[in-house]
Design a protein around this ligand. Sequence first.
Ligand SMILES: [Zn+2]
Length: 194
Amino acid sequence: MDGDFRTTFVREPGALKQHPALVLNADYRPLSYYPLSLWPWQDAVKAAFLDRVDIVAHYDEVVRSPSMTLQIPSVVVLKDFVKPQKRVAFTRFNLFLRDEFRCQYCGTKTELTFDHVIPRASGGITSWENVVAACARCNLRKGSKSLRQAGMSLFKPPRQPSASELLNMGRKFPPNHLHESWLDFLYWDAELEA
Ligand SMILES: [Zn+2]
């Protein structure tokens, strides 16, 4: 494990049987939601031995070495606070996340593609402000027309999201496989809905 805590996350939390540990920042919030900050259990154990984390919760399973038996950690918390990243990467995934995985024209969640609001043919660039999630049907319907020419409108004007906006979005779309001991830490600070 090197100095950057973010580089070593387990990308496939579906592998719950591999006992990944949820990594919390020193404020007990997950270090990241996308991807969810999960370490292989070996890294979590190593970090605990190096005194960089405290173990908050365990799996039932244990690992044995000739000299000791250890319960596998399921949640660890960093002793030193890591500043959250400020800049949001312009990636396909983050763009879909900003748009809540919905077509920005009709709201459907299927067959999502990307649409240039000002078409490339008219000089539209590929940026947070000019690309939205759009279903294949709306994308086809809009073609290389402007919004006005196509008679279509957007749910909201596209813009670059802040890191905390994306973080809040991320909470709405949890990964498929969660260990029960993670749940308290994933949702305790989520905004309450009236
Ligand atoms: Zn659509």
